[in-house]
Design a binder for this molecule. Sequence first.
Ligand SMILES: *Cc1c(COP(=O)(O)O)cnc(C)c1O
Length: 369
Amino acid sequence: MRELVIDLGAIVHNYQSMKSRFGTKVLAVVKADAYGHGMVEVARALEAAGADALATADVQEALLLRTAGIKTDILAWLHDPQDDFVEAVARDVSLGIANLEQLGRAQRAAEISGQTAKLHLKIDTGLGRNGSTAAEWSHLLDAAALAEATGAVKVVGIFSHLSGTSEAEDLKQIERFDGAISQAVAAGIRAELIHLTASDGSLAYPQAHYNMVRVGIALYGLDPFSAHRASEYGLTPAMTAKAQVSQVKRVPAGQGVSYGYLHTTDAETTLALVPVGYAEGLPRNATGKASVTINGKNYKILSRVAMDQFVLDVGNDDVKVGDEVLLFGDPAAGAPSVDDLADACDTINYEIVTRMGGRFKRVYLGAGE
Ligand SMILES: *Cc1c(COP(=O)(O)O)cnc(C)c1O
């Protein structure tokens, strides 16, 4: 038994608590299978709770949500040349637009589908990633205004994304974003939704909430990569990863354990086998650093994490086959935090949760429970 227990109630609670804290519209980011929590299930729970809007990276992900019956507004912003804008427009998926080429495709898609394409124009205010350059921005605005005049498209939003490099850099981006919005107004674009901040910026810069924020990691109850702690904001981690001990055995001193014998027993001891490996998303470099919890006690993973399993040296503790092994979960409920695991593996919580999968079975706790 390997389970990822996903608390949809926690996700809805996190959504609602941010909504009331920020006092803006809140766009719930459900890309990458809702950061490993299950995109369709999370979207259904948020829709039932009346979420303002959802966001995915790809059009493909957005269309999957439509096919699953999700009716809430969806924005998709990361496109490749094969993405089906016609299908997106026909199924009312809003498109993030970073350049003239994408605008042209959206306009053609609107003409083919006979429906107005809803667009969010994206300006790169300094992250150096997706979005229009400052130099192209005025051309993009003029072209969008022309396209609006034909009725093919409607610019419903303007957005950008912070780098989180430092407060000084973020403040520069906020200033550039304000400039980009003024330019849009001057070009005759009346976008209803203005959004800049993701989880980190939303917690850090109340002055930059505009009228919508985009939250991903905080929605799942986890800390963004900054000094802002989700728990301080009353957010609850939604994912618990657990398994059961599948074998225990007594071995003598001097027993090498797992590949490379990174651990050798120093006395007679009990080894407990846990059927979770890097195929499940437990990083191989958790070896020697991360700890898991059994019966309320933490055990470091001393020996090599393999594809399917790892072994714990539990000494003379009474650990039995079937005992629950907590990899991470809600620290308030006695589990190691996902940040503990991420820190041990020299990565961030985002990477841990989005990669959880393999043979883990997802089990959902309902939003109503
Ligand atoms: C992923 C993403 C988000 C969400 O970021 P979090 O840090 O998880 O809140 C918001 N905006 C953009 C453009 C993104 O790519």
